[in-house]
Write a protein that binds this ligand. Structure first.
Ligand SMILES: [Ca+2]
Ligand SMILES: [Ca+2]
Ligand SMILES: [Ca+2]
Length: 395
């Protein structure tokens, strides 16, 4: 028999509520859709996926609000409730309507709104490296990740430093942070505005934020699940995409080369080079005498890639005594005080590798890396600090 109708297979008699019969049109496409279940259940702060495998025009609504026009609905709610769901599939001018409902349940146990796990931690070189968190003889990368975990998990978090450009930390939550209207999560740092500052400047060390939505629900951030949060600088021509930097391990037997300033212990301390033809040395200062290169890394060099922000510090004194870093408008970590709206992030700012906005139902993982490659005189390298993070929707 020629298949002019939508075929659907009843998995169970109660499983499908099918409204509307399509009129006969000449159509040779083979199209199979099983219809919706009578209802769906999901815990709050978890993503419910309802695939249709339909390539036709699909509209998902709750009451009169269209919530998605994707073939696969990915639904999340922070609220325990029952939502009436309507699916319309338009095909060759015919509209099939399916009704169902989504029951959002209270989770068993209690979610934490804070970081629940640190998955990775790899700082760049810097004056607080091996200090925050502290490196102890014999520690390997896993031990240092565990320390970062101890520092950052929960509501009583302390702080890790990411060092200079590229250094990063990756953490996750015990639920999906939903992408609701407005901003969704906060990243804590130690940024502050200088006393009397009228231009939101002080100690702002912007870190770039990446988010991952665990689409395949394997509990891990897979490579193709990461998106960059396009902060206020993302589309500007002062921002460098695909920036790569390499740091070279210092030779501990090298004779230090003091600089002209009293604090410059070694102005040829750690060699670095980037993929834009720049190179130089990171300076060792008198305030921090430990190794600035992570002692748990045995490699003779290591590096990072990503988006680089324009230098944001300048010497306000003109004589090198007073450096200030200006806050960027939105979308970065450690870029504004923790009680400032600019430390809150909207998941809707996420873009793909081509700079195109993506619609994520929520995020499960966050990565923060230092976004600036600058040394601010005696203050040392601009280094993002992360002191925790939390979901703004989970009360
Ligand atoms: Ca949002
Ligand atoms: Ca995954
Ligand atoms: Ca900082």
């Amino acid at each position: 028999m020629k298949n002019n109708y939508f075929k659907y297979i009843k998995i169970s008699l109660l499983s499908v509520l099918f409204i509307g019969i399509s009129a006969c049109k000449s159509d040779d496409d083979d199209f199979t859709f099983n219809g919706l279940e009578e209802s769906y259940s999901i815990d709050r702060f978890k993503v419910l996926s309802i695939p249709t495998n339909v390539s036709a025009n699909v509209t998902w609504s709750i009451n009169d609000s269209i919530i998605s026009q994707n073939s696969e609905l990915e639904f999340i709610s922070p609220t325990v409730d029952t939502y009436p769901l309507t699916l319309k599939v338009e095909r060759n001018g015919n509209i099939q309507t399916y009704k169902s409902k989504i029951i959002v349940n209270q989770e068993t146990g209690n979610y934490s709104k804070y970081i629940s796990k640190v998955l990775d931690f790899k700082p760049a070189v810097g004056q607080f490296i091996n200090d925050i968190p502290e490196y102890e003889n014999g520690n390997n990368s896993a031990a240092m990740i565990q320390k970062a975990n101890d520092y950052l998990v929960g509501g009583n978090s302390s702080m890790v430093t990411l060092g200079g450009y590229g250094g990063y930390v990756v953490f996750g939550f015990d639920h999906t942070i939903p992408n609701m209207n407005g901003r969704d999560f906060k990243v804590l740092g130690n940024a502050f505005f200088a006393n009397g500052s009228t231009d939101r400047a002080g100690s702002c060390e912007p870190g770039i934020i990446m988010v991952a939505y665990d689409k395949n629900k394997n509990g891990k951030p897979d490579d193709n699940e990461w998106y960059e949060i396009a902060g206020s600088e993302y589309f500007k021509n002062t921002t460098t995409k695909d920036y790569t930097i390499t740091y070279f391990k210092p030779n501990s037997n090298k004779v230090p080369v003091p600089g002209n300033e009293y604090w410059q212990t070694d102005v040829e301390y750690i060699k670095w080079e980037d993929n834009k033809g720049n190179s130089g040395f990171k300076t060792k200062n008198t305030f921090h005498s430990q190794s600035y290169y992570p002692l748990w890394l045995s490699d003779q060099s290591y590096g990072f890639s990503g988006t680089r922000l324009q230098d944001n510090f300048h010497d306000q004194s003109g004589s090198g005594t007073y450096w200030v870093g200006k806050s960027y408008d939105f979308g970065y970590a450690d870029n504004a005080p923790n009680n400032d709206e600019a430390s809150n992030i909207d998941i809707s700012w996420a873009v793909d590798r081509n700079g195109k906005y993506v619609k994520l139902p929520g995020v499960d993982f966050v990565k923060v890396y230092t976004g600036v490659n600058q040394e601010a005189g005696w203050l040392g390298e601009v280094s993002t600090e992360v002191a925790g993070a939390y979901d703004l929707h989970l009360k």
